[in-house]
Design a protein around this ligand. Sequence first.
Ligand code: DGY
Length: 324
Amino acid sequence: MKIYVTSNEIPEEAIKILSNLGDVKVNPTSGPPKREDLFAEIHDADAILCLLTEKIDGELLNNAGRLKVIANMAVGYDNIDLAEAMRRGIPVTNTPGVLTDTTADTAMALILSVARRIVEADRYVRDGKWTIPWSPMTMVGTDVHGKTLAIYGLGRIGEVLAKRARGFDMKIIYYSASRKPGLEVKYEMEYVSLEEALGRCDFFSIHVPLRPETRHSIGARELSLMKETAYLINTSRGQIVDQAALIEALGQHRIAGAGLDVFEEEPVPQSSPLLGMSNVVLLPHIGSGSKETRTSMAVMAAENIASALRGMRPANLVNRDVIQ
Ligand code: DGY
């Protein structure tokens, strides 16, 4: 069996699992493999452990006659054409659950950072601008406690963010494809329309997956519904937000700021106006970025491959109907 691993940063624990299954070929370059290398490697691979940076589409799968499983090391799988995988009977797996807490922590960290100007204040100190020992209005921000958090998408991560936010004494409203009455009681949350969530919140945090119906679901119209004092937080996928519209809203101070871990184009280009905005905190897609969580994700992906190659149903099958 050949198992192709598209990154040379996969923790040893996962590589060990894969090595017991067959020959593991790891992409030696830093960053994602070039498309032509991916083509060459997948040609005779029985399994692939890939990242969200790899586009797994019909063209690639046409060249992957032996492929028995695609294990994405991410909970999101918008980089994979599920219909094309399905047509060829190839199981696709993801890594849900293990990254929930870490990603919710990142969303909470962004809320606190933008509200209390943490990154800006750090820069202020380093740049030697802190010259008066204490002054009433130096680097003051806005409170988080007592404010209203809108959660857009109440899946696993949205739910844990609600739990975090309760600890910070925030009021919580949410909009999600399905209503969750049990969680409404547990976290004293109110279910509202998307428009109402946008209009009432002080912080709007995005937790929907990227799908055709969620792509650009936050655009100029939606941003115009937010208060001038409100902040947008995104730890999901950059494409949920119309980034040009967001830049315009931020530039015209129609919203107070943003905390962004994800972008329409990653890495975000150095020429992006976002880099010049002091009311925006920018992260390099590190929502799930703790050593513990990234190791758990890699191990989970490897275990999914192990199950599939042993003819068993992988625990985290995304295209569930592919296996009867
Ligand atoms: C995912 O899992 O989808 C993230 O974006 C990376 O953790």
